[in-house]
Unconditional design. Structure first.
Lengths: 284, 291
C-alpha cells in the first residue's frame, strides 16, 4: 500500500473511531427531517398557484429555492466536517506530539499532506453528494420537481469542498488548530457575503457591487463553484420564473464555466504547492 | 572547558551509524548548536547530557530529520539525515510525543510497521510489546494507558523495523524506578543486537550505568566527552575503623596497602576500605558550572 493511502486510511480510521461520522450522521438526519417538513409545507403552499401556465411557475420557483437551500445546508455541513478533519493536520498535531513519530518514518511530508487531503476529500465529497441527492429526492417527492441540471451542481459542491479542504490544509501548516478553524469559517463567511452581494448587485443593477462580488468569488473559488452549481439548478428557466430563481437569496445570477473550473484547479494546485513547500522546510 | 570536541570516528569497516560534523543550528538570534562533531559506532550506547537549552533535543531532532541544520552535515548510516534512506535506518522516541488515544498498542505498532515498510507483522509486534513489558496490553487503547505504559509503547514503536540507530529523547522520564530498570536492561539487549543508541537523559545515574560513552553539551557545544570512567576522577580512600571513618582525600587505589599497614601499625581496628571515585554527576556539574 502506498504511504499516501496508509495515511489516508489512518485518517479515516481516526474519524470512525472518534465517532465523527456518527455525530455527522445524527446531525444530517436531523437536518433532513426538518428539510422534509419544510419541503412538504412549501410545496403544498405553492400548489394552488400551480399550473405552470402563468407568468410565474410557483412550483418551479419553490422547488429550485428548496434545492438551493438544501445545497447551502449540504455545503455548510460538509464544510464543518472538512474543516474539523483537517484543521490540525500539521501544526496542531505537531503541537500535540502526534506528528513527529510519523514524519520520522520514511514518509515524505508531501505524502502525509496528500494522504490527509485524499481522506478528507473522499469523506466530504461523498457526504455532500449523498446529502444533495437526498435533498433532490425529498423535493421531488414533495412537489414532483427535478432541477434543470442534477449532476453539475453535485460536481460543483464537490469542487467547492476540494478548494476548502486544500485551504484548510494550507492553514494547518501555518496556524494552530484553533486559529485555523477560525480562519476557515471566516473565509467561508466571506464567500457567503460574496454570493449575497452578487444577488444584491444583480437585483439593484449595481455594477460596482457586482464587481466586488465577482472579485471575492475569484479570490475564493469555492464560492464561485457553489454559485455556479446554484445557477445550474434553474438555468433553463426564463422570464419572471427565471428571474425569481436566479435573483433570490438561494439563487445565483452567474453561470460557471470552463474558465472558473480551470481557475479553481490552478488555485488548488498553487495552494498545494505552498503547503508542501512550507511544510517541507518546517522545523518540528 | 572543552576536553574533547571530536569523538573517535574509527569504528572499523562499518563506519559510524551517526556522523555529525560541524553541526550548527540557530533559531533567530539563539544559537542552539555551535559546531558540534559526534560519531556513534554500531552497537555503541552513547549518553547525551547537558542542562536545559544545551541543544540535546535539537541534535537528536536534526539527526532524525525533524529539524533542518543551519550549517554542518549529519549522516545516518551514510545517508544524509532526513532522507528516506536515513529514516529507514533509525528509530526515534521524542521527548514529548503522543499516540492517538483511539488506537490500541498493537494498532500503533501496525501503523508504524506499514510506514517503515517492516515485514515483521504480528510476530514483530508481539516480540516488541513483550520486550517493553506490554505483552498483555496489545489490545488496550492508548487513552487507557498510564504515561509510563505509553512511554514503553513509544520505545517499542522506535524499535519497529530493526533500526540500526535508536534516538531516545528522555525515554524514562515518565517511568517509575522499576520501569527505568527495565529500560536499562532493554537498552543492553538492544546494544547486544548491534543497534547503536543515542540516549538523551537527565538521569545521570542511568547514563552512567548503561552508556559506553558520554557526551556533555553546554551552550550548544560539546563541553566534555569520553567513557564514564574517563570523566570521573579519583576522590580518595575512606577507611572504616573502630574509631569511625577516616578519609584520605588525595590517596589512590595504589596507596591502600600502605594506608592499611600504617593504621594496623598504630593499632587501629579496620572494618572496611573504600576507594572513592567522583560520580558522573560530579563530572557533569564540574563541566556545566565551569562554563
Amino acid at each position: 500500500m502506498s504511504r499516501v493511502l496508509i495515511v489516508a486510511r489512518y485518517a479515516l480510521q481516526e474519524s470512525i473511531r472518534r465517532r465523527v461520522f456518527a455525530i455527522v450522521l445524527v446531525l444530517s438526519l436531523l437536518f433532513l427531517a426538518l428539510f422534509t417538513a419544510a419541503a412538504v409545507e412549501a410545496s403544498n403552499a405553492a400548489s394552488p398557484f400551480g399550473s405552470g401556465r402563468g407568468l410565474i411557475d410557483a412550483r418551479e420557483v419553490t422547488a429550485v429555492t428548496l434545492i438551493g437551500l438544501g445545497m447551502f445546508s449540504s455545503l455548510f455541513l460538509a464544510t464543518v466536517l472538512a474543516v474539523f478533519l483537517t484543521l490540525g493536520a500539521v501544526r496542531g498535531d505537531a503541537e500535540q506530539g502526534l506528528l513527529q513519530p510519523l514524519v520520522v518514518r520514511p514518509l515524505r511530508r508531501r505524502e502525509l499532506l496528500l494522504g490527509r487531503f485524499v481522506a478528507a476529500l473522499a469523506v466530504c465529497s461523498t457526504y455532500v453528494v449523498a446529502l444533495y441527492g437526498v435533498v433532490l429526492l425529498i423535493v421531488h417527492q414533495a412537489g414532483g420537481q427535478w432541477p434543470d441540471h442534477v449532476v453539475g451542481p453535485a460536481l460543483a459542491l464537490a469542487g467547492a469542498l476540494t478548494v476548502l479542504i486544500a485551504l484548510s490544509l494550507l492553514g494547518s501548516v501555518f496556524l494552530s488548530a484553533t486559529a485555523n478553524g477560525i480562519a476557515m469559517f471566516m473565509l467561508y463567511g466571506a464567500g457567503l457575503v460574496s454570493g449575497l452581494l452578487a444577488s444584491i448587485g444583480a437585483v439593484l443593477n449595481a455594477p460596482t457591487v457586482q464587481t466586488i462580488a465577482h472579485d471575492l468569488a475569484v479570490a475564493l473559488p469555492f464560492e464561485g463553484l457553489y454559485q455556479a452549481g446554484l445557477h445550474a439548478l434553474g438555468s433553463n428557466q426564463n422570464g419572471l420564473t427565471g428571474a425569481l430563481v436566479n435573483l433570490g437569496p438561494l439563487g445565483a445570477s452567474h453561470a460557471g464555466g470552463t474558465a472558473l473550473e480551470l481557475w479553481a484547479a490552478a488555485y488548488v494546485a498553487v495552494v498545494a504547492i505552498l503547503a508542501t513547500r512550507r511544510f517541507a522546510r518546517m522545523d518540528l | 572547558m572543552v576536553t574533547q570536541t571530536r569523538l573517535s570516528t574509527d569504528h572499523g569497516s562499518d563506519g559510524p551509524v551517526l556522523a555529525v560534523s560541524g553541526l550548527s543550528k540557530r533559531y533567530g538570534s539563539v544559537v542552539a548548536l555551535d559546531g558540534v562533531d559526534v560519531a556513534v559506532a554500531p552497537g555503541e550506547l552513547v549518553g547525551l547530557l547537558g542542562p536545559n537549552g544545551a541543544g540535546k533535543s535539537t541534535l537528536v531532532k536534526i539527526a532524525c530529520g525533524l529539524v533542518r541544520p543551519t550549517a554542518g552535515a549529519v549522516a545516518v548510516c551514510g545517508a544524509p539525515a532526513g532522507s528516506p534512506a536515513a529514516r529507514r535506518s533509525l528509530g526515534y522516541l521524542a521527548e514529548l510525543f503522543r499516540f492517538p488515544g483511539w488506537c490500541t498498542a498493537s494498532e500503533v505498532l501496525a501503523l508504524h510497521q506499514r510506514l517503515a515498510g517492516s515485514v515483521g507483522e504480528e510476530a514483530e509486534r508481539r516480540e516488541l510489546l513483550a520486550l517493553v513489558g506490554l505483552a498483555e496490553a496489545a489490545g488496550r487503547q492508548v487513552a487507557g494507558m498510564s504515561k509510563g505504559m505509553q512511554q514503553r509503547l513509544g520505545i517499542a514503536q522506535a524499535l519497529i523495523g530493526e533500526p540500526r540507530l535508536l534516538l531516545l529523547d528522555e525515554p524514562t522520564s515518565a517511568l517509575d524506578p522499576a520501569g527505568r530498570r527495565d529500560v536499562r536492561a532493554m537498552l543492553e539487549q538492544v546494544r547486544d543486537r548491534g543497534i547503536a543508541v543515542l540516549l538523551n537523559s537527565h538521569l545521570l545515574g542511568e547514563v552512567e550505568q548503561v552508556c559506553d560513552r558520554v557526551l556533555i553539551l553546554s551552550h550548544g557545544k560539546v563541553a566534555a566527552a569520553g567513557r564514564p570512567e574517563e570523566l570521573t576522577q579519583p576522590a580518595g580512600v575512606e577507611v572504616q575503623t573502630g574509631a569511625g571513618a577516616k578519609r584520605f582525600p588525595d590517596a589512590r587505589r595504589e596507596d591502600v596497602p600502605q594506608i592499611v599497614a600504617a593504621l594496623v601499625r598504630d593499632g587501629v581496628d579496620i572494618y572496611e576500605v573504600t576507594v572513592i571515585r567522583s560520580t558522573l554527576e560530579d563530572a557533569y556539574l564540574r563541566v556545566v558550572d565551569g562554563e
